[in-house]
Design a protein around this ligand. Structure first.
Ligand SMILES: Nc1nc2c(c(=O)[nH]1)N[C@H]1C(S)=C(S)[C@@H](COP(=O)(O)O)O[C@H]1N2
Ligand SMILES: [Mo]
Length: 323
């Protein structure tokens, strides 16, 4: 395994001004390292299918492709699932819908989950575990969503090695951990994958009502961040545009902004969602008093789920600014 300079990189919120995040600002995360490129690349579709397939990259290239723009969010360290990292981007992906190849292989009637395997293996430094693959799983229903891609391109260019070249899964609406890079195998199964990264790590207890049931780190909870003002520089003269991005598995229906550390909240203007992309919010802040201010943003999705004040990876975002 190779380790690149951008291992677990995070782009600060104030650098995420563009709707489409330029590739050099897209965070890079991997657990064990970047695997050597295999040639030919072995993509297998197996398990509970009518006809197992082995597809070359050329055969995959020949299938109809889809392009879509989707937010991409890392869930943060699986060892610290309640610590927010706001490692997020908004990316244009291009590839063949996973559904196309699952239909070619024929989904068996008893299949319920898709297991996806990456070519990387080795030491996971935070726990000392040695693993023979990166394996994740998805409910079959999600895997059959036409937006789930076998992606070969990112932001209009071939995937970079560190982003999973030559082939990765992209699962819009689910945390980045599910978008398996360096994808070599897709299996249909009747249960969740019994892998280190599915059933040992990446299961939240804190997210369940009783605090004990394990909730897979799949669908992204509503979240937001403030791009400007940044806190790095003194504030310009009023009115100041407070702006940022909000995203989640469900469309965000409302973003509130506080300029007094959460005592009072104002509704921000919010763009409607396009596809699975993040949504811009903004608020003109006119009554800016001299001194220090704590600005917060809080997103609520169309199902009524709201960012909590603390204790979760999607807790309310804050930035401290001076005037
Ligand atoms: N094969 C493989 N795929 C992987 C990972 C990994 O360690 N190995 N890390 C996952 C995690 S935790 C995230 S957040 C995303 C990051 O994708 P990016 O580096 O392209 O932004 O890849 C996911 N896919
Ligand atoms: Mo991640």
């Amino acid at each position: 395994m190779k380790v690149s300079r951008r291992f677990n990189s995070t782009t600060p919120a104030h650098e995420l001004a563009e709707f489409q995040t330029p590739s050099e600002k897209v965070f890079v995360v991997y657990h064990m390292g970047v695997p050597e490129r295999l040639d030919p690349w072995p993509l297998e579709i197996g398990g509970r299918v009518e006809k197992p397939l082995r597809l070359s990259l050329a055969a995959l290239e020949a299938l109809p492709k889809v392009e879509l723009c989707a937010f991409h969010e890392c869930a943060g360290s699986p060892l610290r699932p309640t610590v927010p990292v706001r490692r997020v981007a908004n990316v244009v992906w291009r590839g063949v819908p996973l559904k196309t190849v699952l239909d070619m292989a024929g989904v068996a009637r008893d299949a319920t989950h898709v297991w996806a395997r990456g070519a990387d293996s080795g030491l996971y430094p935070p726990t000392g575990a040695r693993l023979n693959a990166y394996v994740k799983d998805l409910p079959l229903e999600k895997a059959l969503d036409e937006q789930v891609l076998l992606a070969t391109e990112m932001n209009g260019a071939p995937l970079l090695e560190e982003h999973g070249a030559p082939l990765r899964l992209v699962v819009p609406g689910f945390y980045g951990t599910n978008s398996v890079k360096w994808l070599t195998e897709v299996r249909l199964e009747r249960s969740r994958a019994d892998s280190y990264f599915t059933t040992t790590l990446y299961n939240d207890r804190h997210a369940s009502p009783d605090g004990k049931t394990r909730v897979p780190v799949w669908a992204v909870a509503p979240n937001s961040l403030i791009v400007a003002p940044s806190g790095a520089e003194p504030l310009p003269a009023a009115p100041i545009e407070i702006f940022g991005w909000a995203w989640g598995a469900a469309e965000i229906a409302r973003v509130e902004v506080s300029v007094d550390g959460g005592n009072t909240w104002r509704d921000a203007e919010l763009q409607r969602r396009r596809g699975a992309a993040w949504q811009r919010f903004s608020l003109a802040w006119r009554d800016v008093a001299p001194g220090e201010h704590r600005i917060l943003s809080r997103a609520t999705d169309a199902k009524g789920a709201c960012q909590p004040a603390g204790g979760a990876r999607n807790e309310v975002f804050g930035v401290t600014v001076r005037h």
